[in-house]
Ligand binder design. Structure first.
Ligand SMILES: [Fe+2]
Length: 289
């Protein structure tokens, strides 16, 4: 019989081994060689701080929550949420990502399909793709974290780019759903979540380049307080005013809620005007066993 939450809970052997978050920016790749040595060293250390924790969690599968920067989708077809169930994903096409060491990334059709089935059984109707190209939002953090070997990547694309977007409360509900899908997965797998994006930045609008460090610090504090209701209220009120790129923090909300809303531990934060982004790195590895 097909395994589905509808037909009872199968023996559970999958483990949720951690939730992580990191910013991304195209210019981290494009302008890397132009950065001062100290900035390169600090960014390297920040990504390493997350990468080492992911490596220690030893995930077989990494659910990566990220936006699609008009690589797979455009306004003619723009899903609010899309699950990538392909066995293989295409690597990034952006010219500034040509040195990324993977032209393809392994997916996990079995878990991706289980996640889709779990979502549908719970009244969520995401889009599904069997053939995705993963852009810098997915691949830059993986690259800078030096994950080797890469776990299988199950992409969860959120529309963080074009209004109207999924509500913050719905993103939290997606996180709860991810945790349920992991807990009900009958495969023998260690599964982690990585959110990619944020914090404040402004791209292609009159405030281009503005970084709101006060928002960023308040945002981090809201995550650390482990109060999902307060986090949702804070972001609902603040996000319209802190640059279009800040909407990517939705991905953090998904990962945070998947971890039970227990709160990310901040690993590093600093505004990086060279890449136009308030950059932050965080981890919740309470699930690691
Ligand atoms: Fe982005």
């Amino acid at each position: 019989m097909h395994s589905s939450p509808k037909f009872g809970r199968p023996p559970t052997v999958a483990e949720f081994v951690g939730a992580f978050a990191a910013s991304h920016a195209p210019l981290i790749a494009r302008d890397w060689d132009r950065f001062p040595d100290a900035l390169r060293a600090r960014i390297t250390a920040s990504y390493a701080s997350v990468g080492e924790r992911i490596a220690a969690a030893r995930p077989d599968i990494l659910i990566e929550v990220a936006p699609d920067h008009w690589t797979n989708f455009f306004i003619d077809n723009l899903p609010s949420v899309c699950i990538g169930v392909g066995a293989v994903h295409e690597g990034p096409r952006e010219p500034f990502m040509t040195a990324f060491p993977h032209r393809t990334l392994r997916g996990d059709t079995a878990f991706g399909t289980h996640l889709l089935s779990t979502a549908l059984a719970r009244g969520f109707e995401p889009s599904v793709s069997h053939q995705l190209c993963l852009d810098h939002g997915f691949c830059l953090p993986l690259w800078k974290m030096n994950l080797d070997p890469l776990p299988a990547i199950v992409p969860l694309i959120l529309n963080d780019l074009e209004p109207p977007m999924p509500s913050i409360a719905r993103c939290a509900a997606w996180g709860t759903l991810l945790a349920e899908a992991i807990a009900s997965y009958p495969g023998d797998a260690r599964i982690a979540i990585l959110a990619s994006g944020g914090l404040s930045h402004s791209i292609g609008e009159p405030t281009m380049g503005v970084i709101d460090a006060e928002f960023d610090r308040n945002c981090i504090a809201a995550f650390e307080r482990s109060d999902t209701g307060a986090l949702v209220g804070f972001l609902d009120a603040a996000l319209p005013h802190v640059g279009n790129g800040a909407h990517e923090v939705r991905n953090w909300v998904v990962a945070h809620a998947a971890a039970g809303g227990h709160g990310f531990a901040l690993l590093d934060y600093y505004a990086v005007p060279e890449v136009y982004v308030g950059c932050a790195w965080a981890a919740w590895d309470g699930g690691v066993r």
